[in-house]
Structures are given as structure tokens and as C-alpha cells.
Design a binder for this molecule. Structure first.
Ligand SMILES: [Zn+2]
Length: 446
């Protein structure tokens, strides 16, 4: 086997833990994970990233790219650039908010053709389960979608109606018939109907929940300066992914339920949302700190399997100051990793936990057995992170189409220094999210 690249670091996160290693790459695949001081084979290029941490490329299974049809909101070119800049090497596109929605094989082909020409990271597709497309589910499955998204409450766009209980049961039976996967936006429409009306410019608070047990906060490590700038390279060719045809979800006993959460639910709180700041509006809404503690407890005990972005952008004009009418969606493809890492470290977690939630877990959910871990035989997809460096979020540095962010001005830990897609460095991963003058190395967080 010809090794063409050796990626070396004192901190490589493997399924067995974090260790100094040299990752040998052949033809875009990890050939071996070798000792740090392994000899570089003749003809291979050495990339030594020093003490920066090498993570398996993140897998984001919840992204609304909106392309084609609502490309003024987002598109494959900008979304996948933002993904690469954030350490994400695989994204799965949600079936709604594009026109057409991914609800027939014909529509899937339209979406694939658009993505093929524009993507900077590997892209796959969820299908949509609507009240009237049960007959389309098996053909979509056979065409390689990773599963089906449905809503139990209004989705926010009229071309993607929700399922009632009866149609949910019908769709679940159909999907179970071919051992497929159904993912559910599980807001109860009856609870929503009974809730008080949305409240203009002010976020309405929920009654307090009982406080769950708190974790001890972790130690702080000293901050280090950021990495040097990298020169641009041509972009690696992305793949349009299909669900692996032989993939099965195991014996059909019991009910298999996987739970996801998102960076904004884990790092932002209702208490901090200023009046009229609808860049914080999403669906379901961001709740109070006590709820956030419960989510982190769920991550710690394994109840929550995945953290994915639910990147759901819109144009600025749809983010009116009225929480009742503003578009509900937060864009975080580029910021999810540092946002989650910042809070995770504060709560005493380490990067292996973050990898489990943001790479390994989503890859397993989707059956992406070449993604989600640094081990021989997997794709050479990497996110290289300086976990101690900090930066302050400047909307001007964001690569997604509409630079609206709930994270503006926040100081986050974790600078993505490079992203690698099947052995090629992505030219879109910014070497430093903030220009030196605007960065705040050494700034402390709470
Ligand atoms: Zn979503």
C-alpha cells in the first residue's frame, strides 16, 4: 500500500483514547495509526500539526442547506464552506426548506445535481415523510437516502406538512418494512396549541423545572497563541454519499431511539436573550439554564447520543424583532465545535466526549461506517483543533450565506486550524476565525 500522507500530532483522538500518533493515509483512506515517531515512508508527505488535536472529521446529520429553491437563505457552496471551516467533513441535508423538498426520487436527483457541483465536504440526504408520499419512501430508500424526516407539528414551510398520529403510524410501518430510519421533529402539536401566544419582542420564560444534579466544573488550561496562516490549496473533490446498501440496524427487538441536541440548546440560555434578538429564535426554543443543565446531564449519562447543528438559516429580513413572526432557525455550522467544546470543558468533559457526540454518534446513527473515527479503513477525514486557543465570534468571519448569528461577540475556546477530507486539506478551513487584531487570546470565560 502506498502511503501518500502522514499526519502527525502529539494528540490524536482514536477509539482507544488520545495519544501521540502518526496517521498514515493512502488514497484518502486511513491505512494505519502508527506511533508518533514512525518513519515517514518514501514518497509520503509529512504534515506535523504539533500539539494541535486531531479529531475525526465531524459528522453533522442535521443541516438545512435550502438549495435549490431558497438559495438566498443558504446554498451548498456556502454551507459546505462553513462546515469545512468548522471541522465538519460530512453533512446530511434535511429534506425541507429547499424547493423541491426531498420527498421523491426525482426531487432527490435535482438536489444531488445541485450539490455535486458546489459541495466542499461529503454530502448525503435525508428523505421527507409527508402525509401523501408513503409510496415514495421505499424508492427513496433504494436511491440511497439515509432515512426520513417527519414533523408532528407545523414545519414552518407549507410544502412540508406534518403527520398526524395515523399517518405517522402508516409511515413508520412502511419504513420498518425495509429496516429504514425515521427521524422525528417531536414537538407535540397539542402542547403547542395550548401554550400562550408568542409574545412580541420578549422571550417568554417557562416555569422552573426541578434542578438536576450539577457536574463539577473542569480545570482550565493555559491559553496558547493561535497557529500560523496556511496557504490556500485546491478544494478536494467531495462525494455524494449513499446509505451503505448492506447496512442493517441490528436485530428487530425492542424500540431503538436515538436522541440529538444542538449547540444552541447546550450553550445559550433564555435568560441571556435580549428583547427583539430573534437571531436566538429556533424551534423548539432555547430554554432556561436549568433545562440546559438537564441536557448536559443527558449527554453525560448517554441519554443524548448526538450533537448536530440544525443549521437553519434565513435572510436577515425574516429575522424580524417579533418572536411571534420571525423565522425560527440558528446557523452554527462553523461555530458548533468551538461552542460545544467551550461549554463541555467548563463542565469537566474532554474532547473525546465531544468526538463521541459530534462525530462517532452521528456517523453511527446514519450508518456511515467509513466516518466517525480515526482508525484503519476509515476515510481520512480530520478536524485539527487548537483546543486551548480562544477567539471572539465576528459575524464578518462566517462563511455561511447570511451572517446572522446568536454567537456574535462570544469568546469561544477551540480554533479549527485545518480540516481534511479524505486525505486532502480543505482550502476553506480558515486558519484563524478572527484576524489577529480582533482575537482575544487569553480572554477568560466564565
Ligand atoms: Zn431542522
Amino acid at each position: 500500500m502506498d502511503i501518500d500522507l502522514v499526519l502527525r500530532s502529539t494528540r490524536v483522538i482514536t477509539p482507544e483514547g488520545t495519544r501521540p500518533a502518526s496517521i498514515a493515509v493512502s488514497g484518502g483512506t486511513i491505512a494505519a495509526v502508527l506511533p508518533h515517531d514512525a518513519e515517514v515512508p518514501p514518497g509520503a508527505r509529512l504534515e506535523d500539526v504539533g500539539d494541535d488535536v486531531v479529531l475525526p472529521g465531524l459528522v453533522d446529520t442535521h443541516v438545512h442547506v435550502n438549495d435549490p429553491g431558497r438559495t438566498e437563505w443558504e446554498g451548498f457552496w456556502t454551507a459546505t464552506r462553513a462546515a469545512a471551516a468548522g471541522g465538519i467533513t460530512t453533512l446530511l441535508d434535511m429534506p425541507l426548506n429547499s424547493l423541491p423538498p426531498t420527498t421523491t426520487v426525482e426531487n432527490l436527483r435535482v438536489k444531488q445535481d445541485v450539490a455535486r457541483a458546489k459541495a466542499h465536504v461529503d454530502v448525503g440526504f435525508w428523505g421527507g415523510a409527508l402525509p401523501d408520499n408513503v409510496k415514495d419512501l421505499r424508492p427513496l430508500h433504494d436511491a440511497g437516502v439515509f432515512g426520513f424526516k417527519c414533523f408532528l407539528s407545523p414545519s414552518g414551510v407549507e410544502e412540508f406538512p406534518e403527520l398526524d398520529q395515523e399517518r405517522l403510524a402508516t409511515s413508520l410501518a412502511e419504513v420498518a418494512g425495509f429496516d429504514g430510519l425515521m427521524i422525528v421533529h417531536a414537538e407535540d402539536p397539542h402542547h403547542l396549541a395550548a401554550a400562550p401566544p408568542a409574545d412580541g419582542r420578549r422571550v417568554r420564560r417557562l416555569p422552573r423545572l426541578p434542578a438536576p444534579g450539577r457536574r463539577e466544573h473542569g480545570h482550565r488550561e493555559p491559553d496558547r497563541p493561535g497557529p500560523p496562516a496556511r496557504r490556500p490549496r485546491p478544494r478536494p473533490a467531495p462525494l455524494l454519499l449513499r446509505r451503505p446498501s448492506g447496512h442493517r440496524r441490528g436485530p428487530g427487538r425492542g424500540v431503538k431511539v436515538t436522541v440529538e441536541s444542538c449547540p444552541h440548546f447546550l450553550t445559550l440560555t433564555a435568560e441571556e436573550i435580549p428583547d427583539g434578538a430573534t437571531e436566538f429564535k429556533c424551534c423548539p426554543p432555547i430554554r432556561e439554564a436549568v433545562n440546559q443543565d438537564a441536557l448536559w446531564q443527558g449527554l453525560a449519562d448517554g441519554t443524548i447520543d448526538c450533537i448536530v447543528s440544525d443549521h437553519s438559516p434565513s435572510t436577515a429580513d425574516l429575522k424580524t424583532p417579533d418572536f411571534a413572526s420571525a423565522w425560527g432557525g440558528i446557523s452554527s455550522l462553523q461555530l458548533g465545535l468551538p461552542a460545544v467544546w467551550t461549554e463541555a470543558r467548563r463542565r469537566g468533559h474532554d474532547l473525546t466526549d465531544v468526538v463521541r457526540w459530534m462525530s462517532e454518534g452521528p456517523a453511527r446513527l446514519a450508518g456511515l461506517d467509513r466516518k466517525g473515527a480515526i482508525e484503519a479503513g476509515r476515510d481520512a477525514d480530520f478536524a485539527v483543533l487548537d483546543p486551548e486557543a480562544t477567539f471572539t465570534v465576528d459575524p464578518a468571519e462566517l462563511q455561511h450565506r447570511n451572517r446572522i448569528t446568536a454567537y456574535a461577540g462570544k469568546t469561544l475556546h477551540g480554533v479549527v486550524t485545518s480540516t481534511w477530507l479524505r486525505g486532502e486539506r480543505s482550502p476553506t478551513a480558515v486558519s484563524s476565525p478572527s484576524p489577529p487584531a480582533a482575537s482575544s487570546k487569553g480572554t477568560t470565560d466564565p
